[in-house]
Design a protein around this ligand. Structure first.
Ligand SMILES: C[S@@+](CC[C@H](N)C(=O)[O-])C[C@H]1O[C@@H](n2cnc3c(N)ncnc32)[C@H](O)[C@@H]1O
Length: 272
């Protein structure tokens, strides 16, 4: 079977983008470059692997769990069912946070709270070499993934198993978090509900439990000059701002929109 025939075959069952991503995974040819290899033949092993991956995709598993990979902020991350698939909006959170960090600190000490795969902490480390990165999560299984990514990518960082701040004993310049924030009764796509860890998704009856728990205790873990960066759900801006004002004094709060014009990031700094 040639690559062209494999695409045609795959398109009978899945979206052509997914067929190309699976082919890219088995051939190690970039998806955009497949067009230059349409007449190449797959080996029998590649063809069998491709059909096996198609089978899994047909059973409606996210492609990232099938290929065990995702590109996040230019980093090739290992991903499996124990961690949330890092999202594009989170790259925007990282991007904005890096700008804040560069303007505020020389060698920022950063805690990525609820780190999952380590996407946020490792992406920051990849761009700010002098950053001192800590990553924590309650899930042992997620931390195995974070550890693998840290080692595979040679990005120095410390990993701590912790229920929010329970095992954290240090202070930081920046605490960044993309905590679970979906309302327990929110309608979400089946492919998400049926595949991604619920521990990574749901944030209580109004989706705000984690912001409340984090902001209640956060001051003890921050240096005098600090940055807090949160990803938030599209309708949570006012609630998260209220929670921040309840627990913190003398702060400046900035909400930023994502590329789809939704309020998705909150940055909190102390007034000097
Ligand atoms: C929305 S995911 C974010 C993962 C990753 N930071 C990202 O952006 O892709 C939330 C993470 O919070 C973790 N988590 C849930 N409850 C926690 C708790 N009580 N303490 C620490 N981490 C927790 C989950 O295991 C999950 O990895």
């Amino acid at each position: 079977m040639t690559i062209e025939e494999a695409i045609v075959y795959g398109k009978k069952y899945v979206h052509s983008i997914d067929a190309k991503m699976l082919l890219s995974n088995v051939t190690s040819i970039d998806t955009l470059d497949l067009i230059n290899h349409l007449h190449d033949f797959l080996t029998l092993e590649q063809e069998n692997k491709y059909k096996e991956l198609l089978d899994k995709k047909i059973n409606d598993r996210p492609i990232q769990y099938i290929t065990n990979s995702v590109d996040f902020y230019g980093l090739p991350l290992y991903i499996d069912e124990n961690v949330l698939i890092p999202r594009f909006e989170t790259e925007e959170l990282v991007d904005n946070t890096i700008k804040y960090l560069n303007s505020m600190f020389e060698k920022p000490k950063v805690l990525d709270l609820c780190c999952g795969s380590g996407a946020i902490g490792l992406a920051i480390k990849s761009r700010i070499n002098d950053a001192n990165i800590y990553m924590s999560d309650i899930s042992k299984e997620a931390l195995i993934v974070a550890e693998k990514n840290k080692n595979d990518l040679f990005l120095e960082s410390k990993i701590i198993e912790s229920d929010l701040f329970n095992n954290i004993n240090e202070k930081f310049d920046c605490i960044i978090s993309n905590p679970p924030y979906i309302r327990d009764d929110e309608e979400i796509e089946d492919i998400v509900r049926n595949n991604e860890p619920h521990l990574a998704l749901f944030g209580g009856p109004d989706g705000l439990d984690y912001y409340e728990r984090i902001l209640k205790d956060i001051k003890k873990f921050l240096n005098d000059k600090y940055l807090i960066a949160f990803e938030i759900g599209a309708n949570q801006k006012d609630d998260v701002i209220n929670i921040a004002n309840k627990y913190l004094e003398n702060i400046e709060i900035t909400c930023k929109k994502d590329l789809s014009n939704r309020d998705r990031m909150i940055f909190i700094t102390n007034k000097e």
